[in-house]
Design a protein. Structure first.
Length: 311
């Protein structure tokens, strides 16, 4: 027998869960008889009826297990908890809003079990239904981060990944507190097959990702996998040191040789403000890296479990 663990992070998904469950069960029935399933829901401190619905589903299906956090720790913590507790030979991550179509599961399983692939990833080929501004900045983010890192992060990649056990073990061996799963999946490497599909809107409920949250998440990814911003701040600082040195020479020449006294305090104030702004910008970049180091050094748990059904 082969075992597949399906991991579903949930946060306030009471409307989507029944629809997701029906679609998931319909698709796992297509698998061969020698495949068994573990369906593991990770309740990320939901404030609605999500946990009770999960418990109701568990009463109907003994394949279902759950982990419930003491509060909302974020999707990255929920993903890590699922990976740590999965017992299957194969593991897949899915969102509960049906933006990750369960109809792809059998195809993903066949690629991993019958062909020479360690994992199957999914990516959206369009962003239909998303705000234009969000789509623009998302594409810009992938262009920037791929220039900053030594490995490729696929534009439009989803967390919907199907992997072998050895890939999971490589990922959970990375115990860092500040987690960016898309980067971690790319970092560990392995032979990955990519499946493309058109963007699917949420089946119910509202997205938990505002533009501000996505921006913070993007900064997490950049600072987690690249030191390029630190290099950039150093280059900017060096550039302005050179410019300042040249301007000092020009002013001395203008005053002593040409006899033209310096003047123009408004321009001087503008220059002071500009240079001060650049200094604060550079300090902000350094502060981001220091804050990550601070959080890592404290070694706080990535998540805290309030209750769970698995032993």
């Amino acid at each position: 027998m082969e075992k597949i663990s399906i991991l579903i992070p949930c946060y306030n998904e009471e409307k989507a869960l029944p629809l997701f469950y029906d679609e998931l069960i319909k698709n796992i029935k297509k698998f061969p008889q020698n495949v068994e399933f573990e369906i593991l829901f990770i309740n990320d401190g939901s404030k609605d009826n999500t946990l009770n619905i999960i418990k109701e589903l568990k009463n109907k299906n003994n394949q279902i297990q759950y982990i419930s956090f003491s509060r909302n720790f974020g999707k990255e913590a929920a993903i890590f908890a699922g990976l740590e507790n999965a017992t299957g030979d194969y593991i897949t991550l899915m969102d509960a809003d049906l933006q990750d179509p369960p109809s792809l599961l059998l195809e993903m399983y066949n690629y991993v079990s019958k062909e020479n692939y360690d994992a199957v990833g999914t990516r959206r080929v369009n962003r239909k239904g998303e705000p234009v501004v969000r789509s623009f900045f998302s594409k810009l983010f992938y262009k920037l981060i791929n220039k900053m890192t030594s490995f490729e992060m696929v534009d439009g990649a989803r967390d919907f990944v199907f992997m072998k056990r050895n890939v999971l073990e490589a990922i959970i061996s990375l115990k860092e507190y500040n987690r960016y799963s898309k980067g971690l999946f790319s970092f560990v490497g392995f032979n990955v097959k990519w499946i493309e599909y058109k963007n699917i809107p949420r089946v119910a409920g509202k997205t938990k990702w505002s533009f501000w949250k996505l921006t913070k998440y993007a900064l997490e990814g950049i600072t987690a996998f690249s030191t390029a911003p630190l290099i950039l701040s150093s280059i900017i600082g060096l550039f302005f040191c050179v410019v300042s040195f040249l301007l000092i020479i020009a002013i001395i020449f203008k005053t002593l040789i040409l006899g033209d006294p310096t003047s123009g305090w408004p321009s001087l104030v503008c220059i002071i403000f500009m240079v001060s702004g650049i200094q604060l910008f550079s300090l902000g970049i350094i502060g981001q890296y220091l804050s990550k180091t601070y959080l890592e050094v404290k070694q706080r748990p990535i998540y805290i479990v309030k209750e769970k059904s698995i032993k």
